[in-house]
Design a protein around this ligand. Structure first.
Ligand code: ADP
Ligand code: MG
Length: 730
């Protein structure tokens, strides 16, 4: 007999997936595949007239604008290349404030004047697009009747081909602004913040005499993406996963991640096949994914790329997320990027590895061997320490979302308190610096592995700290609080802006003391004093211990560090006066643009909470409710039948009673939630606070009761795939 229970059907289907043996062909070599669908420097060199190529190359190096003639020439070459590869359409691809990407496709066709068509793309179509802006969130920046929005090609992020069944499309990465030029996207402020950081970092390099031949300082970014994979049949049997990417019910399985046997474990064959196909697709469009492995929770995995210039890394990050989602169904899987899809097991983050580098390739956060003598490095380091302490509210706000609220501060992710981990070597240097000029660098030495058959390993000068929200990891900072589903553009924009402000402060202080072109000895006389001042004031933000402990929370409070626990505290802080001034000063966002963002983020939070709460009520009524009735009927029938048969019914009667009690508590909680979430006010801040204080506790209570029901109702009646099935079927 086939079951009509959705869970049973889903399980049967999930188990039918078989690992198909390979067809014996060797996969293409990565170096042959890499970037073949990108219209990059190589294609331009081959296809553009020499003179034009030179102009484009210079524009790419210096950030100059392309003239109309040059743009036309690039457009023709790009179109020809794309059409040769089978493309029929092009799209301006952008990142509105929805959190995902947007695209509108246009065919290359134009009338040929004789009743036919030809394929063409003009310079202006390449450089500028005009999608209707009225349906994207603008947070009151524009009235909906003011629909005009423009997309503008980000020349530093090359166009690429998107391939799929029956289509090849030329994708042009763009920024998205309103008719007045206000940023409506993630890209515009990111590019502005990169300019701001470059300007200020260049001043420091000039002071140190390190600016020769350097035109710009770039921010570099490498993002480690964590995600879950769930069998697609099971996924579709979970309305909560489909609607919210998060399970709203689900009892803890007997085995979760207690045994710690998943991290770096053998990658299951089906998952590895999926990963390899993702990699192939990503290599084609030039995304340099390097690392793949199992993560801590069962069913959780990670991809990490080589680092790149921040705006390119951001585009590639969006492509990575899209690719995971697109490829997974081919393997009967669903990629889940939500920060906390499952209660009680680890959530997913996206560590943002961030540094600053000159266009000549010097990493400004690389301490080198004789770190104590590397005063320029120490200057950049102290500027970052100051930035994090002064603007911890911004760093916290950069990662605020309803989903990340489940992660930050829970016992598995860095807390909502922003602090810096420096490690032994740098902490020692900072201690020395506090007293005068440092004169030694702690070294790692060598690790003796105790057996001659193993090589001696060089030891790093410090251990790692997985609990810190912002950790120095050798030659870069790792911002670990970023959520897995987030665009990395916004956290990076904030890092760049606060670093720019701090570098500005340092440069101004030094220039005032010794002028803009000091002799090295003169500069060295004043730098230590300034760094000491910075350390004295801001060292409270340095913490090398375990960030997960309650002792740290108490200690942080003593130190006066902020603890913005959730969105309702973190998002409003973003719009504070200090921050308006900061973003305006460095021309990253004006007040209107910043206010609109604060509004959008808060509205998104309130809306997401409402969607979750309504989804919960529906699941309770449509799926759990009927199972409860069936199970209760089963018990009641059993009591009657047993009685009729003259059997002992005391214990079955007791179980019926207690089950019925639990069921009615569940019903009451359901009604209470349904009632509470129908309260709406216009103001998103008030609505957000209401959801947090009134609705969330009711959701938690309903979940607790629902999960208890799951453990008591007959497995054949329970309608939802369980945690065991979701996490372990692969
Ligand atoms: P780990 O997490 O062990 O330090 P890696 O050194 O491989 O691992 O780096 C992790 C991530 O950091 C990778 O995505 C890598 O590209 C990135 N990364 C390394 N150096 C830099 C840098 N200078 N700037 C930005 N990201 C970097
Ligand atoms: Mg890392």
């Amino acid at each position: 007999m086939t079951s009509s229970n959705p869970r049973q059907l889903a399980i049967t289907a999930a188990l039918s997936w078989t690992d198909k043996p390979t067809d014996g062909t060797t996969p293409e070599r990565v170096d042959a595949l890499f970037g073949i669908d990108v219209f990059g420097a190589q294609q331009m060199r081959e296809r553009l007239p020499k003179e034009i190529f030179k102009v484009v190359k210079r524009a790419l190096e210096t950030g100059e604008r392309l003239s109309r003639d040059v743009a036309d020439a690039v457009a023709v070459a790009m179109k020809n290349w794309a059409v040769e590869q089978g493309a029929t359409h092009y799209t301006h691809w952008f990142q509105p404030l929805t959190g995902s990407t947007a695209e509108k496709h246009d065919a290359f066709i134009v009338p040929d004047g004789h009743g036919g068509i030809i394929f063409a793309l003009s310079g202006s179509e390449l450089i500028q697009g005009e999608p209707d802006a009225s349906s994207f969130p603008s947070g009151g920046l524009r009235a909906t009747f003011e629909a005009r929005g423009y997309t503008a090609w980000d020349v530093h992020s090359p166009a690429f081909l998107q391939r799929g069944k029956n289509h090849v499309t030329l994708v042009i990465p763009t920024a998205f602004v309103s008719w007045k030029g206000e940023a409506l996207d993630q890209k515009t402020p990111l590019l502005r913040s990169m300019d701001a950081l470059s300007t200020q970092a260049m001043r420091i390099l000039k002071l140190f005499g390190s600016a020769d031949g350097v035109h710009r300082v770039y921010t570099t970014l490498g993002c480690e993406q964590e995600y879950f994979l769930v069998d697609r049949h099971l996924y579709f049997a979970r309305p909560d996963l489909v609607t919210c990417e998060r399970t709203l019910f689900g009892a803890k399985p007997p085995k979760g991640q207690q045994l710690e046997d998943h991290y770096f474990g053998t990658i299951p064959p089906r998952v590895l096949a999926f990963m390899a196909e993702c990699e192939r697709e990503l290599y084609r469009v030039g995304v340099p994914v390097k690392t793949r492995h199992n993560e801590v929770a069962p069913g959780q995995f990670e991809f990490a790329p080589l680092f790149e210039t921040a705006n390119l890394a951001c585009d590639h990050q969006m492509l990575l997320m899209e690719t995971l989602r697109r490829v997974a169904p081919r393997y009967g899987l669903q990629a889940i990027l939500h920060e906390k899809p499952f209660a009680g097991v680890n959530g997913s983050g996206k560590h943002n590895n961030w540094s600053m580098a000159t266009d000549t390739g010097t990493n400004l956060l690389d301490p080198r061997d004789e770190t104590h003598a590397n005063i320029q490095f120490l200057t950049f380091l102290c500027a970052v320490i100051r930035a994090v302490d002064l603007h911890s509210d911004l760093l916290r706000a950069a990662v605020a979302s309803a989903a990340n609220d489940h992660r930050l501060g829970a016992n598995e992710a860095p807390p909502a308190i922003m602090s810096i981990f420096l490690g032994d070597m740098l902490t020692d240097l900072i201690d020395q610096l506090e007293k005068g000029l440092p004169d030694r660098t702690i070294r790692g030495g060598a690790l003796d592995l105790g057996t001659r058959s193993l090589p001696q390993l060089p030891r790093d000068a410090g251990d790692r700290n997985r609990t810190s929200p912002f950790a120095f990891t050798g030659n870069k900072f790792e911002f670990r609080a970023v959520g897995s589903s987030q665009s990395v553009a916004w956290p990076c924009t904030i890092l760049n802006t606060i670093a720019a402000e701090s570098l500005d402060y340092v440069a101004t202080e030094l220039e005032q003391a010794v002028g803009p072109n000091p002799r090295p000895e003169k500069l060295l006389e004043v730098v230590p004093g300034l760094l000491q001042k910075i350390i004295a004031k801001h060292k409270r933000v340095i913490f090398n211990g375990d960030n997960y402990t309650s002792e740290w929370h108490a200690e942080a409070e003593r130190r006066g560090l902020l603890n913005l626990k959730d969105c309702t505290a973190a998002i409003p802080a973003l719009g504070g006066d200090k921050n308006v001034e900061l973003f305006e000063k460095y021309k990253v966002l004006n007040k209107t643009e910043l206010d609109s963002r604060v509004h959008i983020f808060m509205e998104k939070y309130a809306k997401e909470m409402l969607i979750e709460s309504e989804a919960m009520v529906l699941m309770g009524r449509q799926l759990i409710g009927p199972a409860v009735l069936e199970h209760q009927t089963l018990l009641a029938n059993c009591v009657t039948a047993s009685q009729n048969a003259g059997a002992e019914v005391k214990s079955i009667k007791a179980s019926l009673d207690s089950f019925a009690k639990l069921a009615s508590r569940f019903d009451a909680a359901l009604e209470a939630l349904d009632e509470a979430d129908s309260h709406h006010v216009e103001d998103p801040f008030e609505q957000g606070r209401y959801m947090k204080s009134k609705v969330v506790p009711l959701m938690n209570e309903l979940r607790r009761l629902g999960d208890e029901l799951e453990t008591r109702i007959a497995s054949t009646l329970w309608p939802l795939p369980s945690y065991r099935e979701l996490l372990f079927f692969k």
